[in-house]
Design a protein around this ligand. Structure first.
Ligand code: OGA
Ligand code: NI
Length: 362
C-alpha cells in the first residue's frame, strides 16, 4: 500500500458527526443529510440541456481524435470497446454489491482507521462539508486480502480464489486491467496535445509510467427517501492524472459543463467513464479541464460504482509539459509531486489548484 496516501489522510480524521450510518434503515431524511445551496454553493439541479458526454469507441481508428476533442471541451468521456472483459466488470460489480449488503457491524470490522486510507467509511471528501453525504465507500490500496478476511472471515476465499481468470483475486485482476487501460488512455490524451513518449522522461523506458500508483474506490449510494434534498457525493475534481469509473445501470453521476451546468452521465452497460484529474490538468498547462463532478441519488434504485484513481509515482515532479509552454503561454503551475498535491488538496479542497498556481510576473 502506498504510504504516501496514508500520510495525507492522517490530516483529516473522521469526526464523530461523520461516522457511517446504516442509511438503508432511515425512512426520513435527517437534518444532517439535508443539503441546501448554503451547504454547497454548487447545489443546483441538473440542467435540461440535451448535451451529452461524448461516447468513444476505443476500437475505432478515429478514437484518438475524438478523445482529444472530448478532453478539451469536457475533461471527460465515456469509452466502449475498452478491452476490459465484461465478465470482469460483472465480477467487480457483484463483489461491490455483496460488500455493501453486509450488515453494518460487519463492514465496521474493516473500517478505515483514523490514520489510514484503506477500508470502509464515509466519502473521502466528507470532512469539507457540514452535511453528510448519502453514500458509503470502501477504499482499497494494494492488496484487498486483509480487508476481505475481516469482512468475510469464513468465506473470503470466494473472492481470493475467484473464477476470473485463472482463479485469481478479482480486485487484483481489475487493477491490472485498469492500469493498462489508464496508461493507454493517458498516451492517447497526451498525443492529442502533440506530446510524445520522448517528452515524458518519468514515464520510464517502457512508457508505462513505471507502474504508477492507484487506489480503487468502491461506492454505494442507497435508495433515498428525499433525493432532491440529499447529496450522494458533493462536487469535486479528482486529485489524479485520470480516473476510470465503472457505474452500474443506475444514473446518478453528473458532470459540470461551463455555460450549461450539471449534466447526468447516462449509464451505458459495459462502458467506462474517464475523467481528467487535477494532475493531468497541470501537465497540460491548463488546456484540459479537470472536470467537476458529483453524484445525486434517487428514490427507487441503489447505485454502485467503482473508481480507479490513477496517479504518478509519489516522487515524480508534475509540471506543465515543456512543449505546452512558451513565452506567450508561460507555465500556469509550479512543479508538484502527487504526495504534495494530495496534502494541498486535504487542506484546500477545491481551491488546491489555485494554491499550486505559479505566480505570474506582472
Ligand atoms: C469518486 C467519484 C463517482 C461515482 O469516487 O471520486 O467521483 O459515480 N465517484 O461514484
Ligand atoms: Ni471523483
Amino acid at each position: 500500500m502506498p504510504s504516501m496516501l496514508t500520510d495525507v489522510f492522517r490530516a483529516h480524521p473522521i469526526s464523530l458527526s461523520h461516522q457511517t450510518h446504516d442509511l438503508t434503515s432511515l425512512r426520513q431524511l435527517p437534518d444532517s443529510f439535508t443539503w441546501t445551496h448554503e451547504d454547497d454553493l454548487l447545489f443546483s439541479a441538473a440542467s435540461n440541456d440535451q448535451n451529452t458526454l461524448p461516447v468513444i469507441d476505443l476500437s475505432d481508428h478515429a478514437a484518438a481524435a475524438a478523445i482529444g476533442r472530448a478532453c478539451m471541451s469536457w475533461g471527460a468521456f465515456q469509452v466502449t470497446n475498452h478491452g476490459v472483459p465484461l465478465s470482469l466488470l460483472d465480477d467487480i460489480e457483484s463483489l461491490t454489491v455483496s460488500l455493501f449488503r453486509l450488515p453494518a457491524h460487519r463492514k465496521m470490522r474493516a473500517a478505515r482507521p483514523v490514520d489510514g486510507v484503506s477500508g470502509y467509511g464515509v466519502a473521502r471528501i466528507a470532512s469539507f462539508f457540514h452535511k453528510q453525504m448519502w453514500s458509503e465507500g470502501f477504499t482499497v490500496t494494494g492488496s484487498a486480502r486483509d480487508h476481505f478476511r475481516k469482512l468475510w472471515p469464513l468465506h473470503h476465499l470466494k473472492y481470493c480464489i475467484y473464477s476470473y481468470p485463472f482463479n485469481s483475486d478479482v480486485i487484483k485482476e481489475y487493477e491490472e486491467h485498469m492500469q493498462k487501460l489508464a496508461t493507454k488512455l493517458m498516451w492517447l490524451v497526451l498525443s492529442s496535445l502533440g506530446v510524445t513518449e520522448a517528452d515524458i522522461k518519468w514515464a520510464g523506458p517502457n512508457s508505462d509510467f513505471n507502474g504508477a500508483q492507484a487506489a480503487i474506490q468502491l461506492n454505494h449510494y442507497p435508495v433515498c427517501p428525499e433525493p432532491d434534498r440529499a447529496m450522494g457525493l458533493a462536487a469535486h475534481t479528482d486529485s489524479t492524472l485520470l480516473t476510470v469509473l465503472y457505474q452500474n445501470i443506475t444514473a446518478g453521476l453528473q458532470v459540470f459543463k461551463d455555460g450549461v451546468g450539471w449534466l447526468t452521465v447516462s449509464p451505458i452497460p459495459g462502458s467506462l467513464v474517464v475523467n481528467i484529474g487535477d494532475l493531468l490538468h497541470i501537465l497540460s498547462n491548463g488546456r484540459l479541464p479537470s472536470v467537476l463532478h458529483r453524484v445525486r441519488v434517487n428514490k427507487n434504485r441503489s447505485r454502485f460504482s467503482v473508481a480507479y484513481l490513477w496517479g504518478p509515482q509519489s516522487d515524480v515532479q508534475i509540471s506543465p509539459i515543456w512543449k505546452l509552454v512558451s513565452p506567450v503561454e508561460p507555465p500556469l503551475y509550479r512543479p508538484v509531486t502527487w504526495k504534495e498535491y494530495l496534502r494541498t488538496k486535504a487542506t484546500h479542497f477545491n481551491n488546491a489548484l489555485s494554491v499550486i498556481r505559479a505566480h505570474q510576473q506582472e
